[in-house]
Write a protein that binds this ligand. Structure first.
Ligand code: CO
Length: 384
């Protein structure tokens, strides 16, 4: 459990925002209506996450409280891994939640404890597994792909790319949620992955054409943008930066291997054995099935075919060639898929590269790892 945000009730939002800007240089990175509660929320990052709450109708419990007590600190919100388990625990302890868990702002499921039970402080508990925002569909040469926007549209745009056999929901959602505090994040599901349309054959060309189509559809023409890619998405990020050199400011790649050999293909294939995954980790397999629309087996087979081409592809086409924007190369120091030497080799092959290593982090990022990594990336990208 951790302090997730502070809720602050406001009656003059423009003035409170001006004050926060003046005090902390903080501005709104996301606004969201929660009609069921009769509130309009605004999120700011002032070291801690602040949620400003503005009333949208007069008959809500929120409006009545606001009329009685006026503006001020409204609630403390704590993030928990499993909101339903937290609710059961609270009932067992004899406390009185205001209502069962329901959809709140920021993609989270939440419930409140009665301040009578909590010594005068309104406490919100919120689930740490937020939902994806609704998809926006983009036509690409290989079919329709799903894209998801995070953060304020006026923030600098950032294209976020997941890895092979992953998707936004499984791999980059936690990164997006952290990066949205500073960027207008456009995350996409690659062709054949996640909610995107199926695709006959997966190749680097197919992925790259789709990424360019998403840039054209979602980022204003001429606007500069940033790119971040995880694993295979890192290779794509470098290719996007090479093709759109005039527009790409900085690139971050994490757990990316640009020099594949047969051992990597073997290790990758082991991860792509759907039967083995279903046997050994049925819950994880079920999550894959849900995220990939029941196409896990087809996708794994396609990615295995694609991975088999990577030793030849990365030997004959230096993906780092022609990339001369600043690149942050990062990896977990316990990546079991790609040894650390590959990360260093990539860093050394790029003319303007910086390096970040995360301690005790494997190839798969936990939500906490993602949060730490996104913090590093955010700071590095905006340092320019
Ligand atoms: Co809240």
């Amino acid at each position: 459990m951790h302090l997730e945000h502070l809720g602050w009730a406001v009656t003059a939002p423009a003035e409170t925002l001006a004050l926060l800007k003046h005090l902390f240089g903080a501005s709104v990175y996301k606004s969201e209506r929660v009609d069921a509660e009769g509130v309009l929320t605004h999120f700011l990052d002032a070291g801690a996450k602040i949620e400003l709450l503005e009333s949208t109708r007069e008959d809500s419990p929120f409006a009545k409280g606001l009329a009685k007590r006026g503006p001020g600190l409204h609630h403390l919100a704590f993030g928990v891994a499993d909101i339903d388990a937290a609710y059961a625990r609270v009932l067992e302890a004899g406390l009185t939640p205001l209502a069962p868990p329901k959809q709140g702002a920021d993609g989270k499921r939440i419930f409140f404890l009665h301040p009578r039970d909590t010594h005068g402080v309104l406490i919100e508990l919120c689930g740490d597994a937020p939902a994806l925002p609704p998809a926006r569909w983009v036509e690409t040469p290989s079919g329709t792909v799903a894209t998801y926007a995070f953060g304020h549209p006026a923030s600098p745009p950032l294209l976020l790319l997941h890895g092979a056999a992953g998707c936004t929901r499984l791999e980059t959602l936690a990164l997006a949620r952290e990066l949205e505090k500073a960027f207008h994040v456009i995350a996409m599901d690659l062709p054949g992955h996640g909610l995107s349309a199926s695709c006959e054959t997966l190749t680097m060309r197919v992925f790259l054409d789709a990424a360019h189509a998403v840039v054209d559809a979602c980022i204003p023409r001429e606007a500069r943008f940033y790119v971040m890619g995880y694993s295979l998405g890192g290779a794509l990020a470098l290719l996007v930066a090479r093709d759109a050199a005039q527009r790409v400011g900085r690139v971050a790649v994490h757990a990316t291997n640009m020099a594949w050999d047969e051992a990597h293909v073997r290790r990758m294939n082991l991860r792509l054995d759907a039967d083995r995954l279903e046997r050994r980790a049925p819950a994880l397999f079920a999550a894959f099935e849900e995220a990939h629309q029941g196409r896990t087996r087809t996708l794994f087979a396609q990615v295995a075919e694609f991975a088999a081409t990577l030793p030849e592809l990365t030997r004959t086409h230096a993906i780092t060639e022609g990339v001369d924007v600043p690149v942050l190369v990062s990896a977990g120091d316990r990546d079991e898929l790609f040894p650390l030497e590959k990360t260093l080799a990539l860093k050394n092959a790029l003319p303007k590269a910086s390096l970040a290593l995360l301690p005790d982090v494997t190839h798969t990022l936990s939500p906490d790892d993602a949060k730490a990594l996104a913090g590093i990336v955010r700071r590095w990208m905006l340092a320019a």
